[in-house]
Ligand binder design. Sequence first.
Ligand code: PEP
Ligand code: MG
Length: 538
Amino acid sequence: MFKGHGRSVFSGVAIGPVYAFERVSAPARHVPVLDEATELSRFHTAKETAASQLRALYEKTRREIGEDEAMIIDVQMMMLDDGDYNDAVEEGIRGGSGADAAVAAAGRQFSEFFASLDDPYMKARAADVRDVSQRLSDILCGREGVPALTEPMVLVADDLTPSETVALDKNNILAFVTRQGSANSHTAILARIMNIPSLVQADVPSGEKLHGRMIAVDGFTGEYFLDPDEATVARLREKRRADTEQRRALDAVRGLPSVTKSGRQVRLYANIGGPEDVPAVLFNDAEGVGLFRSEFLYLGRDDYPSEDEQFEAYRKAAEQMGGKPVIIRTLDIGADKKADYFGLAREENPALGFRAIRICLERPELFKTQLRAIYRASAYGKVAVMFPMIISADETKRALALAAEARAELAARGIVVDEIERGVMIETPAAVMVSAELAKLVDFFSVGTNDLTQYTLAIDRQNEQLDKFYDPHHPAVLEMLRVIAQNAHAAGIWAGICGELAADAELTDTFLKMGYDELSVSPPFILELRKRIRDSAV
Ligand code: PEP
Ligand code: MG
C-alpha cells in the first residue's frame, strides 16, 4: 500500500480502480509504418473502435441532452462508413502511407472539399470529417481523448481543463485526483457541482503503471491509498457509510424554508454549469438557480453554439426548474476558460485580460445571439440575466442596451417576451467602489467572491502555489461585501452571493447580518447550509 496526500476540494470517500488519464495534446507514440496489409487491418480495427465509441456517445447525448443533438453524432457515424472517405484512406495506405498518415490526409482532403461548398449544410460537414478523422487518428496513435469511462473509476490525471471535465461521464467517476490544479479553479468548482470527492495537488507518482490499480480516496483528509490494504478499505468504507448517514440526516430540512430562528428568510439557490446539473439542484431542494455558468455551453466544441442550441439549453433548465428562478450569467469566457475558435490572442496575464463582458461588448453579434436565446427561454420559466466582470456604469449601460436590442430583434421576428430581471456580478474592486451607481441601473447584484478575492488580494486563483495566501476571510473582502449589500439596499435592489464563499458556514451569520437576500452554492451544499441558517439566531 502507498499512502499519499493531496488537497481536498470536495469531501467524501471513494474506493475503486484508477483510470490514468493523459492529455490529448500529449505527443503521439511514434508508430512505425508496417506493411500494407497490416496498415489496412489497423485502419479497419480503429474504425470498429471509433464506431463503438460513437455509438456510446450517441446514446449518452440522446439520453442526457436530446434526440436532435444526438444527430450530430449520427452524422459522424455515417461519415465513418462513407465509401469515398474509406477509399481515400485505403488508397493512401496502398500508396505507402501508414494508416494514421492516410487518415490525416483523407481528413484534410474531405474537410477542405466540404468547406469549399456553398450549401451551408454541406459546409458544416467539414467539422464532422475533422472530428471523425481526429478520433481515428487518436485511436491509431494511442492517444486518449476525454476518457470514455464504461465503469465507475477514480480518474487520476496531471490536471483537467474545464472542458475535459464537462465532457466526462459523471456517473462513472468515483473521484478526481490530480497532480496539479488549484482549489479555486473552475475544474474544482465543477467537481463540487458534480458532488464528486476530489483532490488536487496530489503527490501521485508519475511514470508508474497506475491504470487499473485500486485506490481509496479520502476527501475529508486529502489522503489517498494506492493498493489499499484490507484494514484501510474497511476503515474508509465505514467512513463512507457514516457520511451517507449524515447526508441522510440533512434530509430532515428538505422542503423546509431557509429561515433563521428569529424569522429572517434567505433565498437559497444553486450554481450550475448546464441543464444537466438541474436534477442535482432539484434533488438538493434548492429554491432556484443563482448562477448558470453559460460559458460551459461554449467549451469543448469547434464552433460557437447557435442561438437555437443555447435557447434549448436555457429553456430546458427553466422548464425543469418549474417556475423557480434561473439566473443566467452571460458568457464569461477567457482566463482559464478557453475555446480555440474564439481566436483570442495569447495573453501574459489572462485573468487581467480580454475576458467575459469585455469580449461581449467588443463582439455585439456574439453577445446578442446569447441574449436572444436567454430572452426566448424566459417564456418557459422565470429567467433572469446577469453580466460578469463589470467594472463601470458605462459597461453596464452598454450591456443593458444590447439586451434591449436583442429583445427588440426578437419582437421584429414576432417573438414578444416580457422584460426579465437584469443584474450585474460584483467581482472586481472597481464594481464595489461604484456599486452605489450600478445599483441604480439594475435589478440585483450577485457577488462573485472567487474573483473578488483574487482581484482584491492580487492573488491569481489559478496559481496553486498561492492557495495559502488566498484568504476570502480577509477583512478587505468582508468590508467590500458589507458595502455591496448596503449600496444595493439603499437603492432598493436585492443582493446575493454566488462565489464559493456563500457556502462557508463560518460566515453565514456575517452574511445574514449584512442583509444578503440570497446565497447561491454548489448543489451538494444546499441542505447543509439550510440547516446552518435554520440553526442561526441572527
Ligand atoms: C466568482 O468569481 O465568484 C464567480 C461566481 O464566478 P466564476 O467562479 O465563474 O468566475
Ligand atoms: Mg467570476
